[in-house]
Design a protein around this ligand. Structure first.
Ligand code: PEP
Length: 257
């Protein structure tokens, strides 16, 4: 983390877990546990049906709500889809885009780029995910792959827009597996992403971009990961489902100077 240039962010990703009733119970507990200090931004990205319950229960707290996906089109005949303006109206601040689980369901780099524009235009913060498979890591193409994913996602964006993004490096082999990247592995890729942004834009933009690590981060390993200079926070799946664990990670991030 480098607090001089960036605010840390701890973001939960619930995936397809928890009902609206469970959301109310979770958020009530989260409110009780939330530390007073504001040294770290906190967001929870959750299924669309849970958003109203979360917003109501967290009213007047500093926790932001986010979605796990959105459609790139403003409105129309897209049965089952949700637009960026609907999410804004529901009080969302963040949207996860290009998560590897969605890419595995057919989401392409072009989809990610289009959705990113829709989210920015709506005034929300995209959390753009990138990450390599185990096979790509083993053959040594991690950095090229990440560069390619991000070059696609950022295509045509100016520096002011890029400074509004959050980028999440999530090695696919570490997501939901309990096999966390080592702090050195995670830092190497997050530093690579910052260098890429410096090359594509400028030093100011690279310094301002918030880069998260995601992949089996939990309350036990968070400190070592968050101590790395280019890791500005975490995108947290499994551990974010338990309020006590998420809050411990928030406290850890808050305590790092
Ligand atoms: C994720 O899905 O974004 C994630 C990082 O999951 P987990 O923390 O469970 O590995």
């Amino acid at each position: 983390m480098n607090r001089k240039y960036r605010r840390p962010l701890i973001a939960g990703n619930w995936k397809m877990n928890k009902t609206p009733s469970e959301t109310r119970a979770y958020m009530t507990r989260l409110r009780e546990l939330l530390p007073k200090g504001r040294g770290c931004d906190v967001a929870i990205c959750l299924p669309a049906v849970c958003i109203p319950a979360a917003v109501r229960t967290l009213r007047e707290t500093r926790v932001c709500i986010g979605a796990e996906n959105c459609n790139a089109n403003p409105a129309g005949a897209y049965t089952g889809e949700i637009s960026a303006s609907m999410l804004v109206d529901a009080s969302c601040k963040y949207v996860i885009l290009g998560h590897s689980e969605r890419r595995a369901m057919g989401e392409t780099d072009r989809d990610v780029r289009n959705k990113l524009q829709a989210v920015l235009d709506a005034g929300m913060t995209p959390i753009v995910c990138c990450g390599e498979s185990l096979e790509q890591r083993e053959v040594g193409v991690t950095e090229e792959w990440i560069s390619m994913q991000l070059k696609y996602a950022l295509q045509g964006l100016d520096d002011r827009s890029v400074r509004k993004l959050v980028i999440a490096y999530e090695p696919i082999w570490a997501i939901g597996t309990g096999r966390t990247a080592t702090p050195e592995q995670a830092e190497a890729v997050c530093a690579h992403i910052r260098t890429l942004i410096r090359k594509l834009y400028d030093a100011r933009t690279a310094r301002a971009t918030v880069i998260l690590y995601g992949g089996s981060m939990n309350e036990k390993n968070a400190r070592e990961l968050l101590m790395q200079p280019d890791i500005d926070g975490g995108l947290i799946g499994g551990a974010s489902l338990v309020p006590e664990k998420l809050i411990q990670i928030v406290e850890t991030a808050t305590a790092i100077e």
